[in-house]
Design a protein around this ligand. Structure first.
Ligand code: GTP
Ligand code: MG
Length: 334
């Protein structure tokens, strides 16, 4: 039986670090997309191993002890196995070429921070035609200056070789009062947004307007990109005002002046789910997406997928081109 042609071949999603492992355990992947959790802590991998397809334990299995140098060393001890699982997943999916390799890294301690740049670099070297898509989780400020510093140093190094989608725990979690309860909710929110992107990128049916690898490459530029996601009943009466009201904040810590646009931001959006997608709704979205001066108008091409037999519609707004500003004035001298 012929395999249905997907928009993008993205046969795996990976996680690096303990926090990232908890998030990937919440992700719902389309059929034949494998979830691979990578970490240096055997115990943390065991906690999620029924909710991912494969785990790779790097190093001695006791964690990287909040030491990024150790984290990077540990990664190299497990990398061969990571590649093997990716290749296996490609084989299973009969994918001769991989378009996108998404992964999640949690930054602030040893493994996730220490491995980030190497993960990007090694994946780029081995899967030359693929777009490597890092989703990085930055810490809460209550975790302390050292943790934040480790996270942003790691991010700074990484953005030299690839743009990163940044998701700030501080921002996602700002609505919750109780940290205990909020971790799970935060993981669900982040997991949901990434699930929607993976599902849209793997669509085989209902695609009204498509984007391809080249379109996405043009959108995804240095240093930092963001996602905002909202779920609606259907797209039939969607207005831009609904979006403004319900989509929430950017999950970036822009109030600390951590980020500023490079020059202009690239934007795109995904509308995926229950329709109908009326010309009026699409016109309103497109007009509003191009209205602001800080938006680069040249490359706006949304991904529109109108699905049958679904109960809701997801809207994902993506911006790319923020500059990472990471200096001594923000988190003390270092
Ligand atoms: N959203 C979310 N963030 C988490 C969670 N657990 C940890 N984090 C964040 O991730 C950052 C890094 O922590 P871990 O992922 O535990 O660190 P690690 O990479 O495993 O590092 P080592 O244990 O030192 O090897 C923390 O500073 C937290 O901000 C989680 O369950 N959800
Ligand atoms: Mg850990």
């Amino acid at each position: 039986m012929p395999i249905k042609k997907k928009l993008f071949n993205a046969p795996v999603v990976l996680s690096f670090g303990s926090g990232a492992g908890k998030i990937i355990s919440k992700i719902e992947t389309p059929q034949s997309v494998y979830k691979i959790a990578v970490n240096s802590s055997h115990r943390d991998l065991q906690m999620i191993d029924t909710r991912v397809d494969e785990t790779v334990c790097c190093g001695t299995g006791i964690g990287s002890g909040m030491d990024p140098t150790q984290g990077r060393e540990d990664l190299y001890l497990g990398l061969r196995k990571v590649f093997k699982y990716i290749d296996d997943a490609c084989y299973e999916a009969k994918a001769t070429d991989v378009d996108i390799i998404p992964f999640i890294s949690s930054l602030g301690h040893g493994f996730g921070s220490g491995s980030l740049t190497s993960v990007i670099g090694e994946l780029q070297r081995r899967y030359k035609n693929a777009i490597i898509l890092p989703f990085v989780i930055t810490p809460f400020t209550w975790e302390g200056a050292e943790v934040v510093k480790r996270a942003y140093e790691s991010l700074k190094e990484a953005t030299d070789i690839s743009p990163c989608f940044v998701i700030s725990n501080e921002e996602v979690g700002s609505v919750y009062k109780d940290i205990g309860a909020s971790y799970d909710s935060i993981n669900n929110l982040i997991g949901d947004s990434i699930s929607v992107i993976l599902r849209s990128f793997s669509a085989t049916e209902g695609v009204l307007q498509t984007i391809d690898r080249n379109d996405f490459s043009k959108f995804f530029i240095r240093d930092i990109a963001t996602i905002r996601h909202m779920r609606i009943k259907s797209a039939s009466n969607l207005t831009f005002d609904d979006i403004k009201e319900n989509i929430g904040k950017r999950w970036l810590k822009i109030d600390a002046k951590m980020f500023k646009p490079f020059s202009k931001l690239n934007v795109t959006y995904i509308l995926d789910g229950k329709g109908p997608f009326s010309p009026k709704v699409l016109q309103e979205l497109q007009e509003n997406a191009t209205k602001k001066d800080y938006i680069n108008k040249e490359y706006i091409k949304p991904l529109l997928i109108e699905r049958k037999k679904v109960k809701y519609c997801d809207f994902v707004w993506m911006e790319s081109g923020f500059k990472l500003k990471c200096d001594k004035n923000i988190y003390g001298e270092y």
